[in-house]
Design a protein around this ligand. Structure first.
Ligand SMILES: C[S@@+](CC[C@H](N)C(=O)[O-])C[C@H]1O[C@@H](n2cnc3c(N)ncnc32)[C@H](O)[C@@H]1O
Length: 224
């Protein structure tokens, strides 16, 4: 279990010391952002091309940092993007970082995922490189809230590092964990979410964790 490895105060103190830059939010890996966005765009476009596709209406960027995903992925494809980010300096940097697309930014929620209950109105909820900051128990509760916040045909996306060792790996520096694939699958099941698509990000440098994208839908009540 992750409960003993995650300390929310320590994680927020870590992020408070990190500059509001691309390299800052990507831990020195700012140079992988373009490849990451390319992979995410392909994945998201394939979801938007489904027969029962979500509307290109309202997206939610969760643990948004300086708005990298809002700027390059969500604002170009959606009418409006709401943002959740606990760090004050990051949330204050979002509109200038997003630039000309800032007119598409809707509500900015300065809060943590484990405390947030989104309203039921989102066509896409995008979670990337943030779920490792939540304990398993809080993550299951949070994903359950996200599941209930999807509009008709809405889709929940998770894009996260996974371990190759098959075990949870702990990062003491920012008080986060990296989960193995099987742990995510177990958590999705407990949050009553089913996978409709899964892809591994390609073209990332060697030596970093594999990164997976999952598109998730609520399990039908008569399926469970
Ligand atoms: C690695 S950065 C990723 C930012 C963004 N998702 C991206 O891919 O560019 C992690 C972000 O998660 C935020 N964060 C950390 N713990 C969080 C929590 N419990 N709830 C919400 N956001 C959190 C940090 O403030 C930081 O902005």
């Amino acid at each position: 279990m992750t409960e003993k490895n995650i300390n929310y105060k320590k994680a927020s103190e870590y992020w408070a010391d990190i500059p509001a830059t691309l390299d800052g939010v990507l831990g020195g890996f700012g140079y992988i952002s373009d490849i990451d966005i390319e992979g995410s765009t392909l994945f998201l476009k394939s979801i938007l091309a489904l027969e029962n596709a979500p509307k290109p209406g309202l997206a939610l960027d969760c643990g948004a940092g300086i708005g990298r995903i809002t700027k390059h992925l969500l604002a170009p494809l959606f009418e409006r993007v709401d943002v959740i980010e606990p760090d004050e300096k990051f949330i204050n940097a979002i509109s200038s970082y997003v630039g000309e697309n800032k007119i598409k930014i809707g509500s900015l929620y300065q809060t943590s995922l484990q405390k947030f209950v989104p309203e039921r109105k989102y066509d896409i909820i995008w979670n990337q490189w943030v779920l490792g900051y939540l304990t398993d128990i809080d993550l299951i509760a949070y994903l359950t809230c996200c599941r209930d916040a999807l509009s008709k045909n809405g889709v929940l996306i998770v894009k996260e590092n996974v371990t190759s060792s098959g075990k949870i790996e702990i990062d003491e520096t920012d008080s986060s964990v990296t989960r193995p694939l099987k742990q995510y699958l177990k958590i999705f099941k407990l949050a009553k979410l089913k996978r409709i698509k899964q892809s591994k990000q390609t073209n990332f440098p060697t030596g970093i964790f594999p990164v997976y994208m999952f598109a998730l839908l609520p399990v039908d009540p008569d399926e469970s």
